[in-house]
Design a protein around this ligand. Structure first.
Ligand code: PNS
Length: 167
């Protein structure tokens, strides 16, 4: 039984994340989606909310479960006996930030990070941009799983999109 860990901040989970997890689930028997804290980012959503939204969004994918990481990702990787860490790549910029994390996690655990190329149609979908669009009144419904939009708007204190998009 092969297990992979798919980590991220998931602040919030987007359709890009769902695409990557779906692809990981075709390669491993079990995929543990690890909701973690990125110390370079201040999250909008509380950890428990990020976990719940991810659970809801990924519920239909066999072999996938969602866990909250407390402390180092390496601890969870060891605990679940993962044979790989899976992350999605949208661009060279993603690779630049992922490379040191992959090296550090291999240093800590001996486990390799493998990169999955996500769907090209979702290459512009980043949690940070999704939050920015919502913050300015834009429509994010086709960028995130259902129920995420409401949670993000609530956290931002903005009302539902009313024509913020121009296309
Ligand atoms: O979605 P992100 O922000 O790119 O994910 C980064 C994340 C949260 C996976 C990373 O910051 C992380 O693993 N945080 C947990 C603490 C940890 O293990 N830090 C060392 C990373 S090498």
């Amino acid at each position: 039984m092969s297990t992979a860990v798919c980590p991220g901040s998931f602040d919030p989970i987007t359709l890009g994340h769902v695409d990557v997890v779906r692809r990981a689930a075709t390669m491993f028997d079990v995929v543990v989606v690890a909701v973690a804290q990125n110390s370079t980012k201040a999250p909008l959503l509380a950890a428990g909310v990020r976990v719940e939204l991810a659970r809801e969004a990924l519920a239909g994918i066999p072999g996938v479960r969602v866990e909250l990481v407390v402390g180092l990702l390496a601890g969870l990787v060891r605990e679940v006996g993962a044979v790989a860490i899976v992350k999605g790549l949208r661009s060279g910029a993603d690779f630049d930030s992922e490379l040191p994390m992959g090296l550090m996690n291999r240093h800590l655990t001996g486990v390799e990070t493998i990169f999955v190329v996500g769907d090209q149609s979702l290459a512009h979908v980043a949690s940070s941009l999704v939050k920015d669009v919502a913050r300015h009144g834009g429509d994010i419904e086709d960028l995130v799983p259902s129920s995420v939009g409401r949670a993000v708007r609530e956290a931002l204190g903005v009302s539902p999109a009313g024509g913020g998009n121009t296309v």
